[in-house]
Design a binder for this molecule. Structure first.
Ligand code: NCD
Length: 490
C-alpha cells in the first residue's frame, strides 16, 4: 500500500482498482490480526471537520483512528468554530493541517474537499462534499459487495432512490463502471441521475447508457411489472462497453424490460430522499422506491442482497431487517473496517511508506483544459463560486452536441454559447470552434455566457471582420483528435 501514503482521497477516482483491492485485503488482515495494527498509529492525529451532520462516517473514522492507537481532534459543531466568524475553508484547513496528520472533511459545497486538498499540507479525505461524491462510503459499499459476491465484474446492481442528490450513488456508480458491473439506475420520481454523472460514466469509463423499462423492478414501487399504473420513472441502464454481459440486453437498442434469470443475483442499493439538498418548497414525491416484506416474497427477488448507506427513513420497512438478504448493518460495520485500512495506508503507517508522501492535491484531468479565470461554473453550490478568491477555476473541454466545459471541482457542465480569441479579440458562436480549433490555442480562448458579456470584455463579433479567421473550406477534414493535436503542436 506504499503508494497511498501521503495522498488525499477526494474522488473515488483517486484510487485505482488495484489499490481498492489492496485496501480490501488490508481490512481483512486487520480483522484477523488486530493486535499487529492496534499500536501502529501511536502519536498520529486525525482531525475531523464536519460542516454537515453525520453519525456513521464521523464515528467510524474516529473509532478507526483510535483503534490504530492514534488520537482525534474535532469540533463537535462547526457552528462553534471560527467558521461562524467568517473564516474561509482554506484558512481553517491550513491551520488544522498544522495540528494533525490527516484531515477528514464533510462539507455542503461541491468540490469543498478538493479545495481543502489543494491548501492542506497533510492528506485530506472527502467524507462527502454536498451532492457530489462520497468516496469512503463507496469503499465500504464495494467491500460489502465483494465479501458477498467474491467478484465485482459482471455484478448487477440497481441504484435506487434519490439519484439526483445522492452523493453515495455517484461515487458508487463511477466505481462500479470501472470494475465492470452492470448498473440499473432506478430513480424516485424527479430524482434522476444528473446528466453530468452519465456523461462522466460514458466519457471517462467507456460505459454504455440506455433507457429500458423497469420490468421486475416495478415491484420497488409496489407495482407488478405489467401494471399500467407503474410510476413515470425511466430506468437508465449502464453496461461496461467492452466486457461481456451482452446477455442482459440481447437486442441492443430495442426497448426491453429489466429481467434477471433464476441463477443470477441482484444487489439493490436503496437511498433516502436528500431533503436537505432540495429547493425550499419541493413537494414530497409519491413514486419512491421502497422495499417491504411483500417485495421480499416475490420470486425474482429470491437472490437479492439489499444495501443502504443509512440513515434510512422509510425506504426499507423494518421487517426487512430480520431477513438475511438485508446487508446494510453489516455494510456500516464494513465501512468502519475499510476506513481503518484507508487511514493506515494514507498515514503510511509502515515505516518505509512514509517517504512517498505527495501532499497538495491536484486533480488529474484530460486535455484540453480551459483555465477559467472569470468564467463561472453553472452550479451555485460549487466551491469555486463560493470561494472564488481561493479557487483555481479549471474546466475540461469536450465536444458533445456542442462544446461543453466540465468544472474540475464539481463536475457540472456548462455549454457557453460564445467563445472568443484573445489574440484577434473576435468572438463567435461556440460551435464555430469546429472550424477554428486547429488555428487557435486553447490558452487563447475565452468563453462567454452572452454576446453582451463578450462585447463588454472588448471582443467584436466575427461578422465585423470575417477575413481575420480561417474559413470552413480550410478545415473540412478535421476531427476531434486533431484539435487536441493542434493545440499541443502549435
Ligand atoms: C450518506 C451521506 O451522508 O451521504 N450517509 C452516510 O455517510 N452513511 C447517505 C445519506 O445521508 O443519506
Amino acid at each position: 500500500m506504499g503508494k497511498l501514503a501521503g495522498r488525499s482521497v477526494i474522488s473515488i477516482d483517486d484510487l485505482t482498482n488495484e489499490e481498492i483491492y489492496q485496501l480490501f485485503e488490508l481490512a481483512d488482515s486487520m480483522e484477523t490480526n488486530e493486535s499487529t495494527f492496534n499500536r501502529s498509529g501511536t502519536g498520529r492525529i486525525a482531525a475531523t471537520l464536519f460542516y454537515e451532520p453525520s453519525t456513521r462516517t464521523r464515528l467510524s473514522f474516529e473509532a478507526a483512528m483510535q483503534r490504530l492507537g492514534g488520537g482525534v481532534i474535532s469540533t463537535w459543531d462547526m457552528n462553534a468554530s471560527s467558521a461562524v466568524k467568517g473564516e474561509s475553508l482554506p484558512d481553517t484547513i491550513r491551520v488544522v493541517a498544522s495540528y494533525s496528520d490527516v484531515i477528514i472533511l464533510r462539507h455542503p459545497w461541491e468540490g469543498a474537499a478538493q479545495i481543502a486538498g489543494e491548501y492542506a499540507s497533510v492528506p485530506v479525505i472527502n467524507a462527502g462534499d454536498g451532492g457530489h461524491e462520497h468516496p469512503t462510503q463507496t469503499l465500504g459499499d464495494l467491500y460489502t459487495l465483494h465479501k458477498q459476491h467474491g467478484n465485482l465484474r459482471g455484478l448487477k446492481v440497481a441504484l435506487c432512490g434519490d439519484l439526483q442528490h445522492g452523493r453515495t450513488v455517484h461515487s458508487l456508480a463511477f466505481a462500479l463502471a470501472r470494475f465492470g458491473a452492470d448498473v440499473v439506475f432506478v430513480p424516485g420520481e424527479n430524482k434522476n441521475i444528473p446528466t453530468y454523472v452519465l456523461h462522466r460514466l460514458e466519457r471517462d469509463f467507456g460505459a454504455t447508457i440506455t433507457e429500458k423499462g423497469l420490468g421486475i423492478l416495478s415491484a420497488l414501487f409496489g407495482q407488478r411489472d405489467d401494471d399500467e399504473n407503474t410510476p413515470e420513472v425511466n430506468a437508465i441502464y449502464m453496461t461496461p462497453t467492452k466486457p461481456n454481459q451482452l446477455a442482459l440486453f440481447p437486442q441492443e437498442g430495442a426497448k426491453m424490460d429489466f429481467r434477471i434469470s433464476a441463477s443470477e443475483s441482484l444487489s439493490i442499493y436503496v437511498t433516502r430522499r436528500q431533503v436537505e439538498r432540495e429547493e425550499k418548497g419541493s413537494k414530497a414525491s409519491s413514486g419512491y422506491p421502497r422495499i417491504t416484506g411483500e417485495t421480499l416474497k416475490l420470486r425474482p427477488f429470491k437472490n437479492i442482497s439489499i444495501l443502504h448507506p443509512l440513515p434510512r427513513v422509510d425506504e426499507l420497512a423494518p421487517e426487512v431487517d430480520k431477513d438475511p438478504r438485508g446487508l446494510y448493518f453489516r455494510q456500516a460495520a464494513n465501512g468502519y473496517k475499510i476506513r481503518m485500512a484507508l487511514l493506515h495506508s494514507v498515514l503510511g503507517l509502515d515505516s518505509e511508506e512514509k517517504q512517498n508522501s505527495v501532499i497538495g492535491y491536484s486533480r488529474p484531468a484530460k486535455e484540453p483544459i480551459y483555465i477559467g479565470n472569470d468564467f463561472k461554473c453553472v452550479n451555485s453550490l460549487c466551491v469555486a463560486n463560493k470561494l472564488s478568491e481561493f479557487a483555481h477555476n479549471r474546466f475540461e473541454i469536450f465536444r458533445s452536441q456542442n462544446y461543453v466545459l466540465r468544472c474540475l471541482y464539481c463536475d457540472h457542465e456548462s455549454e457557453p454559447p460564445f467563445v472568443g480569441n484573445i489574440e484577434s479579440h473576435i468572438y463567435y458562436p461556440t460551435h464555430f470552434l469546429d472550424r477554428f480549433r486547429p488555428f487557435v490555442k486553447v490558452t487563447n480562448l475565452r468563453f462567454f455566457t452572452s454576446a453582451q458579456e463578450a462585447q463588454a470584455a472588448g471582443f467584436r463579433p466575427m461578422s465585423a471582420s470575417p477575413a481575420e479567421e480561417p474559413t470552413l473550406e480550410d478545415t473540412k477534414t478535421l476531427n476531434d483528435g486533431s484539435w487536441i493535436h493542434a493545440i499541443h503542436s502549435s
